[in-house]
Design a protein around this ligand. Structure first.
Ligand code: UDP
Ligand code: MG
Length: 319
C-alpha cells in the first residue's frame, strides 16, 4: 500500500454551470489541503466528466484545466448518457492512473470533509471500497425520504445487496476498479454493482448538505427508471412473485370451478354476473401486471443483448 496514494476525485457534471465555479474552488482547496497534510500524493487530481451538457459546463472545466493542468483534468462525453454511465466513464478512465478514486456529486451535497476519513480507511485499514453513508436525510423532501426508505426495504426483500442510505459517494481502489471494469452490463446501477466486487469494505458517515446552486438533474422519470434498474439488474424475484401469484389464482380457480359446476347442477345458471365480473377483472388485471413485469425483463435483455457502448468519449483533458 503506497504511503501517500495518488487520489483521483471523479465528478460527473450535467448542466452544472451554476454550481461549478463554486465546486471548482471548494474542491481545489480540499485537494490542496489533503496534499499539504501529507494524506495524498502531490500527483492527485480532480477529474470532471461532462455528461453532454448544453450549457457552459465544459468551458468551465477547460478553463480550470488550462490554469492548472496537473490537478484539473476532464472528460467530455459525446452526449448525455445519465449520471451512472457518466460516473462509470470517469471511474474506468482512472484505471492505472491513480491508486484510488473518490466519486462525488458536482453540487457538493456529499461532504468533502469526510474524504480524509475515507482515504484513511484505504491507506491504513486496507479497505478497497469505502461507502459514504448519510447519517440523516433532513435535506431531502419528506416524499423523497419516505420513498427512498420503502425502496431500500423493497430491494432488501428482493435479496438485492445494498448499503442503506449510500448513494454514489465512495472510494474505490484501483484493483477494485479493475474488477468493476469486467462487468459489461449496459444498465449500470453502481451502488449495487460495487457490492458484487467483494474485497474489504468500510463505511464512513456524513451529513448530506443541500444543493447550493442550480437544480436537481434527476427528474421523476429518471428517478423511476433508475429505481427500476436497481431491481431488474440484481433480482428476478419479481418474476417468481408473478409465478406464485399465478399459482394462487389457479388454486382459487379450482374452488370457483367446483362452485360454478355445483350451481349449474342445482339449476342456478342465470344469476352470477357479479361473481363473473369479479373473477374476470381479477384475472385480466393480474395477467396484464404479469405481462408488464415479464416485459421489463425482456426489454432489458433486448438492450443488454445489443451491448452498445455505455458512453462515447468526445475529448479528454490530461496533463
Ligand atoms: N448528473 C449527470 N448526468 C445526468 C444527471 C445528473 O452527470 O444525466 C450528475 C449531476 O451533475 C450531479 C450528479 O449527477 O453531479 C447528481 O445529480 P443531482 O445532484 O442533480 O441529483 P440529486 O442530488 O438531486 O439526487
Ligand atoms: Mg445533488
Amino acid at each position: 500500500m503506497p504511503s501517500k496514494p495518488i487520489l483521483s476525485f471523479v465528478i460527473p457534471c450535467y448542466n452544472e454551470q451554476a454550481v461549478l465555479p463554486h465546486t471548482l474552488q471548494e474542491l481545489s482547496a480540499a485537494l490542496r489541503g489533503l496534499i499539504a497534510d501529507g494524506v495524498i500524493s502531490e500527483k492527485s487530481y480532480l477529474f470532471f466528466v461532462d455528461d453532454g451538457s448544453q450549457d457552459d459546463t465544459w468551458a468551465l472545466i477547460e478553463k480550470a484545466h488550462i490554469d492548472n493542468p496537473n490537478h484539473m483534468r476532464g472528460l467530455k462525453l459525446s452526449r448525455n448518457v445519465g449520471h451512472q454511465n457518466a460516473l462509470l466513464a470517469g471511474l474506468l478512465g482512472q484505471i492505472g492512473k491513480a491508486d484510488a478514486v473518490i466519486s462525488l456529486d458536482a453540487d457538493l451535497q456529499d461532504n468533502i470533509a469526510v474524504t480524509k476519513q475515507m482515504i484513511d480507511c484505504f491507506s491504513n485499514s486496507g479497505a478497497d471500497i469505502v461507502f459514504g453513508v448519510r447519517s440523516e436525510r433532513t435535506t431531502d423532501t419528506a416524499f423523497k425520504r419516505k420513498t427512498a426508505h420503502w425502496y431500500y426495504r423493497f430491494l432488501h426483500w428482493l435479496g438485492v445487496e445494498i448499503v442503506f442510505d449510500h448513494g454514489d459517494f465512495r472510494l474505490i481502489s484501483d484493483r477494485a476498479l479493475r474488477a468493476l471494469a469486467q462487468f459489461g452490463e449496459v444498465h449500470v446501477f453502481l451502488r449495487g454493482l460495487v457490492m458484487q466486487l467483494g474485497f474489504k469494505t468500510e463505511v464512513v458517515y456524513f451529513e448530506r448538505k443541500p444543493r447550493v446552486y442550480g437544480e436537481t438533474k434527476y427528474s421523476l422519470s429518471k428517478m423511476l427508471a433508475f429505481a427500476s434498474d436497481g431491481i431488474t439488474s440484481f433480482s428476478i424475484k419479481p418474476l417468481r412473485v408473478v409465478t406464485t401469484l399465478g399459482l394462487i389464482l389457479f388454486a382459487l380457480s379450482i374452488f370457483v370451478f367446483i362452485w360454478v359446476l355445483g350451481a349449474w347442477i342445482a339449476g342456478e345458471t342465470i344469476q352470477g354476473w357479479t361473481s363473473l365480473m369479479i373473477i374476470f377483472l381479477m384475472v385480466s388485471s393480474f395477467q396484464t401486471l404479469a405481462l408488464g413485469v415479464i416485459g421489463e425483463y425482456v426489454g432489458k435483455t433486448y438492450f443488454e443483448a445489443k451491448s452498445r457502448p455505455r458512453y462515447i468519449v468526445d475529448k479528454e483533458l490530461s496533463p
